[in-house]
Design a protein around this ligand. Structure first.
Ligand SMILES: [Zn+2]
Ligand SMILES: [Zn+2]
Length: 53
């Protein structure tokens, strides 16, 4: 049985892979950061190297 433990951040332009266990869950989707979870309302990007979301 294969368990999904990693998933791409649900933020479209985001290239980050998040551990489902420590993801920020918003509307049932997994995000890599608070910024992504709230649709970048406060700040651009997620603070992760190499990610330009
Ligand atoms: Zn990101
Ligand atoms: Zn993002």
């Amino acid at each position: 049985m294969v368990e999904i433990t990693q998933q791409k951040c649900a933020c479209e332009p985001c290239v980050c892979i998040v551990n489902v266990e420590d993801a920020i869950v918003h509307d049932g989707r997994n995000f890599c950061s608070d910024n992504c979870a709230n649709g970048h309302a406060d700040a651009a990007g997620c603070g992760h190297a190499g990610c330009g979301c």
